[in-house]
Design a protein. Structure first.
Length: 418
């Protein structure tokens, strides 16, 4: 009962967003079953949706895409109103929240999820298991992280361009910042697109974030959280970043013009670089992430309990997230598979991307995914992420010192989360 009350409170806060987004139900095509999908980013690639429709002419997939937070907020509203899509994409940072309300989802074990489970990484599968044990989501991809860097800009700055030698420049984040300061001194240009992105990279290299595995809040006592915050604040103070917000028009321009030399790159980020800056083909390569691997992002596909076409929805999920299709999505688009059965596949391990100077993308991200330590995602994970992100923004704008921003963030989290 308490959970339902909390869910209602959350809906009250975000209901205005749903009105702004204008949620409507599309008209069903004659003789076709319309399967509505709500997504964000490029979790569902439209060309593969079209391919599925050709294989299943009685199915019409209608995809509605929103930005990350509005998407999840409108989904929360729709679940209470029982006016949901048939399939909903859920990002990892929201998985803890939705796992707390499993009754709003179809238990995918009742429609064949159990036979899929052996194909997937255990820790990624677990992120889609509700608090009551029902399976509420099937993982789409793994966001293992690396550093994408511009070889032409490195060469001009007198830095090595070979990925092994580049990785050796920064075994630690302090060394990464040192390299960045040297780069800026020689070129007068930014080294990384945004120093704020370092926060998530460092945070996800630990074994806990804001919650321990019992669900207890540990954001104020977990040293990894403070280390991530301080490391990002240190990078901001060093001035190595352009501080252009990712996925904005200015960021797109920066990718093309070489306004910055590095980007923290989960596997899915490589596709953004390729699509947004096609003229930079052959000018990039991929090196190790300082301090070892880490996971940033990833998503799962779920079926809400009030879905109108759960059978057809699950049929698409099984097809789209089958190992065969995950391999194709990886080769065509770059989303790294969550299906562990592909990690010893020669096609994956031997995959090299000509856009990134034939970097061995497959082996880089496979190695990183297998080395990752799973981190428990708590119920208000995303809310806490945003508060710390706002604190770092204040530091970047020189409105607060890092110490003051940290303390204000703790106070805000204590007041709003607990």
């Amino acid at each position: 009962m308490a959970r339902n009350s909390n869910f209602v409170k959350a809906v009250t806060v975000v209901s205005s967003l749903a009105l702004t987004l204008g949620i409507v139900s599309p008209v069903q095509a004659a003789d076709k079953t319309v399967v509505n999908i709500w997504s964000f980013g490029d979790v569902i690639r439209p060309e593969f949706a079209t391919a599925y429709e050709k294989l299943n002419p009685d199915i019409d997939l209608v995809i509605k895409k929103s930005d990350l937070d509005p998407h999840h907020n409108s989904l929360t509203t729709a679940m209470l109103a029982k006016n949901t899509p048939d399939i909903a994409a859920i990002e990892v940072s929201y998985s803890g929240y939705f796992r707390s309300y499993p009754k709003y989802f179809l238990d995918l074990k009742t429609v064949g999820a159990s036979e899929m489970e052996p194909d997937f990484l255990d820790w990624r599968w677990d992120q889609g298991v509700g608090d009551d044990g029902r399976v509420i989501g099937i993982p789409t991809d793994v966001g293992g992280a690396a550093i994408a860097y511009r070889t032409d800009l490195f060469k001009a700055a007198g830095l090595p361009t070979d990925p092994v030698k580049v990785s050796a420049l920064w075994p630690t984040w302090d060394k990464f910042m040192e390299t960045g300061k040297n780069y800026k001194a020689k070129t007068k240009k930014s080294f990384i697109d945004s120093s704020g992105t370092i926060y998530a990279a460092v945070l996800n290299q630990g074994q806990e974030k804001y919650y321990d595995r019992t669900g207890k809040l540990v954001y104020s006592t977990n040293r990894q959280v403070r280390n991530a915050f301080d490391t990002s604040a240190k990078a901001l103070a060093a001035g190595i970043g352009s501080n252009i917000s990712q996925f904005t028009s200015d960021w797109n321009t920066g990718l093309n013009k070489g306004s910055f030399a590095t980007v923290i790159a989960p596997a899915w980020m490589l596709a953004y670089i390729k699509n947004l800056a096609p003229s930079t083909k052959g000018k990039w390569n991929v090196a190790d992430l300082p301090g070892g691997g880490g996971n940033i992002g990833g998503s799962q596909l779920s079926i809400p309990a009030s879905a109108k076409h759960p059978k057809e929805a699950m049929a698409f999920i099984k097809w789209y997230l089958s190992p065969e299709m995950q391999l194709k999505v990886f080769k065509d688009y770059g989303l790294f598979p969550s299906a562990k059965v592909l990690y010893d596949d020669a096609t994956v391990l031997g995959y090299k991307d000509p856009f990134f100077n034939n970097a061995p993308i497959g082996s880089i991200y496979a190695k990183g995914a297998l080395a990752l330590k799973p981190i428990f995602e708590g119920r208000k994970q995303r809310q806490i992420d945003n508060i710390f992100g706002q604190a770092l923004s204040r530091v970047a704008l020189k409105k607060q010192t890092a110490a003051a921003a940290w303390q204000q963030a703790l106070n805000e989290i204590k007041k709003t989360v607990g």
